[in-house]
Design a binder for this molecule. Structure first.
Ligand SMILES: NC(=O)c1ccc[n+]([C@@H]2O[C@H](COP(=O)([O-])OP(=O)(O)OC[C@H]3O[C@@H](n4cnc5c(N)ncnc54)[C@H](O)[C@@H]3O)[C@@H](O)[C@H]2O)c1
Length: 384
């Protein structure tokens, strides 16, 4: 069962969108929106109006309307949807405002600053009947889809490992933040593991550490072992201060199953010990066998528009996405307590927090109507 949302039938004209947040990633979105025939950029919102103007100029559209308020500008320019590319702390207020104004939202990862806020946004999406999709852009990769297709031929899957070793010199906030690798990067690999296994996390044990030569204040290295629904283990080892023989930004993957192994370096085509010519894969709701998912944010933009046009639930629909942020929070908690963390316990704690802090009466009512967090995230608490 999936959460229903309002569709916008295709009348032959592109979907009018407003982009909120014109920082580094916002400018990448502006270029992608500008190049897509599926959408038309109607305006740019940023608390910093100069950033919005610079963003408009960067794509050769200096005349574009700009503003500081999402619902206001969207209404002024007749936008039909919002793309939220603000900093994580602004994801909850900006998306809440847009949904309450009756606008569907495509938001950058993470869903929000905390899983508790993510639950609030899932409830706000249900209340408004509007789609809220999180753009988890590394899913939109044809090689990842091919790895999943090849893995579907290995029989039962037992272990998936991802190794991530890079040495970027970012400067700025990442060098000073707590848990830079877990909070800013690992959500991509955690989300990809969920995709590859078609499974959700059950528990995690994680250690964080900072190698002696690290130039990060917080721990730049981490090793996490997740138990997944179905009993598989997902093992992630990563470092952001490991020069030499670096992995791709997607990480280097090994999928180990009953009959063989799939390897994927994160850049090129994946390899299977069973070979590649394996016939058609069985049907799956993600269409991993048949579809080109598109490339990164252009792929998620296409997925979003198609969802609105057809009602097909996209991969990053908020209820489906929250578990990826829950994996990050559980890993951080495990590392700080030295204990194995149950995802159910984390979700219950997040739910209690969401109920305690929710200020919108309608959203609170929806949250309270959920019989359990897992069933709500599976779309089972939502009357069709
Ligand atoms: N998918 C990826 O690979 C990827 C890569 C980089 C960043 N991101 C994500 O993109 C998002 C933005 O990151 P960034 O690097 O562009 O950040 P940034 O700091 O460069 O830009 C954020 C912009 O949002 C604006 N803003 C903040 N609060 C706002 C509000 N309430 N209303 C309107 N505008 C507001 C800021 O003024 C700023 O211009 C983050 O969620 C980040 O995690 C994703």
């Amino acid at each position: 069962m999936t959460t229903p949302f309002a569709t916008i039938p295709d009348d032959g004209t592109p979907l009018r969108v407003v982009v909120v947040g014109a920082g580094g990633m916002g400018r990448a979105w502006l270029r992608t929106v500008q190049e897509s025939p599926l959408v038309e950029l109607a305006g740019i919102v940023d608390l910093d109006l100069e950033a919005a103007r610079v963003g408009a100029a960067s794509i050769g559209r200096p005349e574009l309307p700009v503003g500081t308020g999402t619902a206001r500008l969207a209404s002024d320019v007749g936008a039909q949807a919002v793309i939220n590319v603000t900093v994580p702390v602004a994801h909850h207020p900006v998306t809440t405002e847009a949904l309450a104004a009756g606008l569907p939202v495509l938001g950058e990862k993470p869903v929000a600053s905390t899983a508790a806020q993510g639950l609030s946004l899932a409830a706000a999406s249900e209340l408004s009947g509007q789609l809220f999709m999180v753009s988890q852009s590394r899913r939109y990769n044809s090689h990842l889809f091919e790895a999943k297709r090849l893995a579907s031929r290995l029989g039962s899957l037992g272990i998936v490992s991802a190794e991530f070793f890079k040495a970027p010199r970012f400067g700025g906030f990442r060098d000073a933040m707590d848990h830079p690798l877990l909070l800013d990067m690992s959500i991509h690999q955690f989300d990809m593991a969920r995709f590859l296994l078609d499974a959700d996390p059950v528990s995690v044990f994680c250690e964080e550490y900072n190698p002696s030569w690290s130039w990060y204040r917080g721990d730049a290295g981490a090793t996490a072992v997740f138990e997944m629904t179905g009993g598989q283990r997902f093992a992630f080892t990563g470092s952001w201060c490991s020069p030499g023989q670096e992995t791709s930004w997607n990480a280097a993957w090994r999928i180990s199953g009953e009959h063989g192994t799939v390897l994927w370096d994160g850049d090129g085509a994946p390899l299977s010990s069973l070979g590649g010519d394996l016939g058609a894969a069985p049907d799956g709701d993600l269409g991993a066998d048949t579809e080109d998912p598109g490339q990164e944010i252009a792929g998620s933009l296409r997925d979003f528009v198609r969802a609105l046009r057809t009602g097909r639930t996209p991969m990053g629909q908020v209820h489906r996405n929250i578990m990826s942020l829950a994996m990050v929070e559980a890993a951080v908690l495990s590392a700080s307590t030295g204990m194995r963390v149950s995802i159910d316990a984390l979700l219950e704690e997040s739910y209690a927090q969401a109920v305690l802090t929710e200020r919108a009466p309608g959203v609170l009512e929806v949250l309270k109507s959920w019989t359990s967090v897992r069933s709500a995230l599976a779309g089972e608490s939502v009357p069709l």
